[in-house]
Write a protein that binds this ligand. Structure first.
Ligand SMILES: CC(C)[C@H](C(=O)O)[C@@H](O)C(=O)O
Ligand code: SF4
Length: 774
């Protein structure tokens, strides 16, 4: 609920403040998590950790699981179960492991036989699980999507997934406030995807580091919820922890009738909307940085390189390294052009495409499919296009599209109509690019190898990808769609039938509102279980001395640190051989030019990175696991991406920020000379092999304390049980709609969780005799 303090606050400040369970003197906060989404890739090790420690899931009613990354998108006509359907061993194991875990811990799960299954960031909003003013997390970087509702939503690593499962809280710190205001009006043919690609071009992939972006201005206010989701989705590509948009009538309208939202028209709905309406930045609220963009300056935008900041208007040409002043960017441009097989000065519209992918958590919602269908209707996919795919974001999006006849429009023009999943966005399933194939893609990342080893990705809006499919080259939608309206501006709504009746009658609801204490949140406390409240577990980190490998690169993404094919493991160990796989090996042979393949650097304990923004992109904790398994326990860099930075600490590793260019070069010179470097955490100093200080560094007091003492966060947090409990009681009073309802019932008698609600008609996952085609 809004706090009484008078200092003007931003939307982010308000939501953060309302979730603080405990705050330490150094600013470390324990915050309560309202909504936890779970998928198969980042959860197995977390559940294993819970099992090993004898812990339970604290709030199954606030947890929703699905499978999305690994699953094939081929027809499920003959689907019986995931075990038989998924042919690839590791993918199958991850999916069946999740199925076991959701059973063991009593979690709500949308499996492959359930039409509510889909990409985790599509199903949360679709079900009304994502609500304004909530904290939403998932072991996935694109959790930022949910910020479109005025939620504080961000990606976390697997250790944090375990922390949330066990405690329903997270240890974090306040982020900075960044405001991006887009005013004016968007020209015809320009969508929210163009807006966000344009923004990332302006601020760069590290532009939002350490901050939460609030998107505002008349353009944003005019966007539908789905268009807003596409924007917040990509705030992670701008380096931000999260993106947020103040909830308004468009938000409330979207939420009406969603199965897990408060029931429209009820007392709870009215109470909720009055709270949600208060979630706006106050006049005079302070931002650490502000960016203003005029909507009329945005042209349909497209990426040319291997970072989401490498964008140009479709009317532009492939840039040259000379166009950049910064040395890092010059070098990246040169490498990107080579990787992408592009020549500077070539008009973007002359670039020939091989494949088209319309899907992903950025652009696989019903409006995206409608925008694409509008372009392709009555036309044929160009003959040079080897494959054009439409992958709806969820079973419900697919069903809705079919009811509107969109599937027919697509298949008539030569597109494949697939089943829901992440698909070729990152190709953990069979949908991948072959080497050197060029793809017009509506996804969010164009990193090297993202859609398949040596594949070449161009990011764009659904309308632009559809146009590329028809033209056979990158193309300007405005030249191919007659009198196009402003695409993505409308707010038509997917028809989500409430698939399960809320168990609450109006009487019950009134009772909850009048006597909330009778309705204790159904909490599973982990504290009494064996190992519950102990806090040990990680090897202590005090001083580290050893060989340091120099790496002269900027914006090293976690896809490069460990590519997707190695994310299919259900263990944390053994990933050292996969570290920097594409850089370390060519055709499975060691590349002698890569530093970690050279002499003494094979035994590096420290990595010295001279370019900024190390560890950007995906939240995969496999990146620090791979570094650790290789033997690297400390990374020194001018700056880090937020999620990677967090993930290292959770594994007893130390990321050191050295922003002083001269000091960093000195350390890099020691590394290049093959001398040992010493990182002394106790005294916060970096020294040369002789023990001479090169530079001092900063580290947060709490993190230092945990590293030096080898403390495990979960054990520490469980010692806060009474604070967490009182937060939960207050939450039940203030925001009763956040306690589980609908898919999981409340236990009327006490605090113990009850079983998942009866399988509704559409929950085919558990119904063996129902036809599976929909
Ligand atoms: C698998 C997951 C960790 C990852 C992410 O965090 O983004 C994935 O969704 C991606 O898009 O690369
Ligand atoms: S970015 Fe791609 S792989 Fe990651 S969650 Fe979204 S659709 Fe899935």
């Amino acid at each position: 609920m809004p706090s009484a303090e008078s200092k003007p606050k931003t939307l982010y400040d308000k939501v953060f403040q309302d979730h603080i369970v405990n705050e330490q003197e150094d600013g470390t906060c324990l915050i309560y998590i309202d909504r936890h989404l779970v998928h198969e890739v980042t959860s197995p090790q977390a559940f294993e950790g819970l099992k090993n420690a004898g812990r339970q899931v604290r709030r199954p009613d606030c947890t929703l699981a699905t499978v999305d990354h690994n699953i094939p998108t081929s027809s499920r006509k003959n689907f019986k179960n995931a075990g038989d359907f998924i042919k690839e061993n590791d993918s199958r194991l991850q999916c069946t492991t999740l199925e076991e875990n959701v059973k063991d811990f009593g979690l709500t799960y949308f499996g492959m036989g359930d039409k509510r299954q889909g990409i985790v960031h599509i199903i949360g909003p679709e079900q009304g699980f994502t609500l304004p003013g909530t904290t939403v997390v998932c072991g996935d970087s694109h959790t930022s999507t949910h910020g479109a509702f005025g939620a504080l939503a961000f990606g976390i690593g697997t250790s944090e997934v375990e922390h949330v499962l066990a405690t329903q809280t997270l240890i974090t710190r306040r982020s900075k406030n960044m405001r991006i205001q887009v005013d004016g009006e968007l020209p015809a043919g320009v969508t929210s995807k163009d807006v966000v690609l344009h923004i990332i071009g302006v601020i760069g992939t590290a532009g939002g580091n350490g901050a939460v972006i609030e998107f505002c201005g008349s353009v944003i206010r005019g966007l539908s919820m789905e268009a807003r989701m596409s924007m917040c989705n990509m705030s992670i590509e701008g380096g931000a922890r999260a993106g947020m948009i103040a909830p308004d009538e468009i938000t409330f309208e979207y939420l009406k009738g969603r199965p897990l939202a408060p029931k429209y028209g009820s007392a709870e709905w009215n109470k909720a909307t009055s709270y949600w309406s208060s979630l706006k930045s106050d006049t005079g609220a302070k931002y650490d940085s502000e960016v203003f963009i005029d909507g009329k300056d945005i042209i349909p935008t497209i990426s040319w390189g291997t970072s989401p900041q490498d964008v140009v208007p479709i009317t532009g040409v492939v840039p040259s390294p000379d166009d950049f002043e910064d040395e890092n960017r010059k070098a990246s441009c040169k490498r990107a052009l080579e990787y992408m097989g592009l020549v500077s000065g070539t008009p973007m519209k002359e670039v020939v495409v091989d494949k088209v992918f319309i899907g992903s958590c950025t652009n696989a919602r019903i409006e995206d499919l409608r925008a694409a269908a509008k372009v392709v209707k009555g036309r044929k996919v160009a003959s040079n296009i080897k494959r054009a795919m439409i992958v709806p974001g969820s079973g419900l999006v697919k069903e809705q599209a079919e009811s509107e006849g969109l599937d027919k429009i697509f298949t008539d023009s030569g597109f494949e109509w697939r089943e829901a999943g992440c698909s070729m966005c990152l190709g953990m399933n069979p949908d991948i690019l072959s080497p050197k194939e060029r793809c017009a893609s509506t996804s969010n990342r164009n990193f090297e190898g993202r859609q398949g080893a040596q594949g070449r990705t161009h990011l764009m809006s659904p309308a632009m990808a559809a146009t590329a499919a028809i033209v056979g080259k990158l193309a300007d939608v405005r030249e191919h769609v007659v009198a196009s309206p402003v695409l993505g501006k409308a707010s038509p709504k997917i028809d989500v039938q409430p698939v399960f009746e809320s168990p609450e009658t109006e009487d019950e609801l009134d009772r909850v509102l009048d006597h909330p204490a009778d309705n204790e949140p159904h909490t599973n406390s982990s504290a009494p279980a064996s190992g519950g409240g102990k806090s040990t577990g990680l090897p202590a980190f005090t001083t580290l001395k050893g060989i340091a490998a120099p790496l002269d690169r900027a914006n090293v993404d976690t896809d490069a640190i460990i590519p997707k094919q190695f994310l299919k493991t259900i263990k944390r160990t053994g990933l050292g051989t996969a570290l920097f796989y594409e850089l370390r090996y060519t055709d499975d042979k060691e590349n002698p030019d890569f530093v970690l393949n050279q002499g003494i650097y094979r035994n590096s304990k420290i990595l010295v990175v001279t370019g900024p923004n190390f560890g950007c992109g995906s939240s995969r904790e496999h990146a620090p696991w791979a570094l650790l398994d290789f033997g690297i326990k400390c990374i020194i860099a001018p700056s880090f991406a937020d999620i990677f930075f967090n993930n290292t600490f959770k594994n007893g590793m130390l990321p050191v920020v050295v922003s002083d260019e001269v000091a960093l070069q000195k350390i890099a010179d020691e590394a290049r000379a093959g001398h040992e470097v010493e990182v002394d955490l106790v005294n916060q100093e970096i020294k040369d092999a002789q023990g001479n200080k090169i530079t001092a560094f900063e580290v947060e007091a709490f993190r230092k304390h945990c590293l030096i003492n080898g403390l495990d966060d979960i054990g520490l947090t469980l010692q806060m049980e009474s604070k967490i409990r009182s937060f939960e009681s207050k939450r039940t009073l203030d925001t009763p709609w956040l306690d589980g309802s609908a898919y999981l019932r409340r236990d009327r008698r006490g605090a113990t969780m009850v079983e998942a609600a009866p399988v509704p008609k559409t929950n085919r996952g558990d119904v063996t005799n129902e036809p599976l085609e929909w």
